[in-house]
Design a protein. Sequence first.
Length: 318
Amino acid sequence: MIDVNIKNFETEVIAASMEIPVLVDFWAPWCGPCKSLGPILEKLEIEYAGRFKLVKINSDNEQQLAAAFGIKSIPTCILLMNGQPVDGFAGALPEGKLKEFLDKHVPSTDALAAEEEAANAGALIESGDTEAALAKLADALAANPANDDVRYDYAKLLIGLGGFEEAHAALAPALAQIPKQLRFEALAQWMAAMEFVHQDERGNWPLEQFDAAIAANKRDFDTRYAKARCLFAEGQMTAAMDELLEIIMRDKKWNDEAPRKTFVAILELMTPPKPKLAPEAHGKTAGGIELAGKSAMTEDPQSALVSSYRRKLSMMLN
């Protein structure tokens, strides 16, 4: 448990919530219910063994913070994750209700173990030990099948290594979700392109052979689409999208909009993951407190490239 004031709020609450759920307990020394709630929360913080962080704010002394969170009565508890309030409650709840509240948001021990395995797998991938990384991800997914991030990383690595049968099995639960997550549909499109290269004779064609066939018939969409899939499988993403745009420009509905769907999949795979923004990035804390100095947001080259191709697709479709 940590006592927080306006000076250490950003570090102990906002920044900390980027890594772990932070429960903020607004209290005051004169508040009777606060005196009963506080010890239970401290006990649970120990019991949950680092799965969430408890901080206490004296609402009498820190009226700016209390006002920023709209505190109207105490005790009031606010749970923050990734710099934002996600849930809260007012009043001195009994221990059982507090556990129900925490368990809705706080990762389980199995989930934490799976996240650690996934993090270890990422380090192994960077070092080039893909087989060990695959084993780590498989263990992490077995420990927590509901972890979609691990499932995504596992399936993506399998596809990259040519383990299509195992990748199909790993993707199946995600593709059965309603609605489907675009990132899993993108992996399925990538794997379809990889399988096409392995199974279709055109997977061995040189680009010149594709270009000759297309030059003879600009509306030979099947050949142009085959070329785009080969480029996609080889990781030549922009070249693949350029070919797909040629089809979309001439016939948006061809082959049940397969070119558009493949184009969207490539964009999804190319899109950099969103960074966890520090509060300074948008000029306010999670509670809406204005910060001095706002950093300028600049688009990195990869994001700029993705944005440009999104615009190209939009122009073709409109």
